[in-house]
Design a protein around this ligand. Structure first.
Ligand SMILES: [Mg+2]
Length: 406
């Protein structure tokens, strides 16, 4: 395989930048898009002004508020982000058909072989940067290298509005002085363990060699080493355009108690999560739809801290939205749940991360396997046992008896 030229484009503080574009009075202010600081929401995106106070994505909004009391909290406009992302993708596709959207605001472009047509990677990056600025009014950072890992680390290196090119053959040299954290797949737990061995930078990890890492981490250790020296082989796989996966249901009789609504919500979460997994996707956003008995309809969306296809994540987010937005004293006629911002499921690289999360994933795939054999009704978590008013349980119903996964 010849040398590849891969570009990673990452929009700078994307959600916030979209909000500033809507309301220019926000320019230069500490702006946070995410959950309310009074609730249990998290930060989805923070302006660089807010980051200066230590605010980070996925941090509880309440903590962000303590760090940066003057921050302006916005719940955001998901429709705008999704539409903008679609237009960005079209811009990227002007440079190459091989575009993989890694999330709404991030893409890998395989530029291999386009040089004669479009000029050097630097020229392509500068042109794209100008196009995005002119047509969308948004800032972006660019990284170019021979692998996806290199390109991603490079785009992050000089953020915001960075442009970093790592020449072929200089990968290991570029990576060596970087803090370990910058290597994708090293989360807090793995980092803690590696730091415990006295490793600080990516070069320390590279120096251990593939065999040693394989002894400690299994086969994943070899991949880790390959990434640490810039020799990983991940391909840019063009993601097909997908909108969402969802389901809704109308109650036989309109519902006025939370318990019944939650039981149904739990079924919807299971169904949608299982379809996400079957198709190999994780979702970034969840939308809950409520229709009242007077046909007034409400949709409310939320963003996950990290993409997920676990029903526990879907359910807890949906439950929070339901609790917050089913405030009218009117019965519910319909509930719907859909997931959007679908990204290809990447195997969890962080080998030591979250045994709890891993158990959830195991449990989820075990349930998928059983469902496949016996049909979707075959197994239900305790929390989604059908409400008492519904028809008799099938003989293999396990609702209520399944061991608590927590
Ligand atoms: Mg970004």
């Amino acid at each position: 395989m010849g040398t590849r030229t891969i570009m990673h484009v990452d929009m700078d503080a994307f959600f916030v930048a979209c909000e500033v574009r809507r309301d220019p009075s926000l320019v230069g202010k500490a702006v946070i898009v995410g959950g309310s600081p009074d609730g249990r929401g998290v930060v989805c995106s923070a302006s660089y002004e807010a980051r200066r106070f230590g605010v980070r994505s996925a941090m509880p909004s309440s903590q962000a508020k303590r760090l940066c009391p003057e921050a302006i909290f916005l719940c955001g406009h998901m429709e705008d982000y999704v539409e903008t992302s679609r237009r960005l993708r079209a811009l990227f596709e002007e440079a190459t058909p091989v575009v993989e959207m890694a999330s709404l605001d991030e893409a890998y472009l395989d530029l291999t072989g386009t040089e004669r047509l479009w000029g050097s990677p630097r020229a392509v990056a500068e042109r794209l940067r100008d196009r995005i600025r002119e047509t969308e009014g948004l800032p972006a950072s660019f990284g170019v290298g021979t692998t996806k890992t290199i390109a991603k680390i490079a785009s992050d290196w000089k953020k915001p509005q960075g442009l970093v090119i790592v020449e072929p053959g200089r990968e290991a040299e570029f990576l060596a002085p970087m803090p370990l954290r910058r290597l994708p797949g090293i989360g807090p737990k793995t980092h803690e363990r590696l730091a415990g061995w006295g490793l600080k930078v990516i070069g320390d990890l590279a120096a251990l060699g593939p065999e040693r890492l394989a002894q400690v981490f299994g086969e994943g250790g070899r991949d880790l080493w390959a990434r640490a020296v810039g020799q990983d082989t991940g391909r840019v796989t063009p993601s097909r355009e997908r909108k969402s996966i969802g389901r809704e249901m109308t109650f036989d009789t309109d519902v006025d108690d939370m318990e019944t609504a939650l039981a149904e919500l739990s079924r919807l979460a299971e169904d949608v999560a299982s379809r996400l997994r079957a198709k190999g996707f994780s979702a970034q956003h969840l939308t809950l739809k409520l229709r009242h008995s007077d046909f007034k309809t409400l949709t409310r969306a939320s963003t996950f801290p990290t993409p997920t296809n676990l029903e526990t994540d879907l359910f807890s987010t949906a439950r929070e939205l339901l609790g917050r937005h089913w405030t009218r004293r009117v019965r519910l006629r319909l509930l719907g749940l859909s997931c959007s911002g679908l990204v290809e499921d990447v195997p969890q690289l962080d080998l030591l991360e979250g045994p709890h999360r891993e158990r959830q994933a195991h449990l989820a795939s075990a349930i998928d396997a059983i469902r496949k054999r016996h049909g979707a009704e075959a197994i239900r978590r305790g929390s989604s046992a059908p409400p008492k008013t519904s028809t008799a349980l099938p003989p293999w119903e396990t609702g209520g008896q399944e061991p608590d996964p927590h």
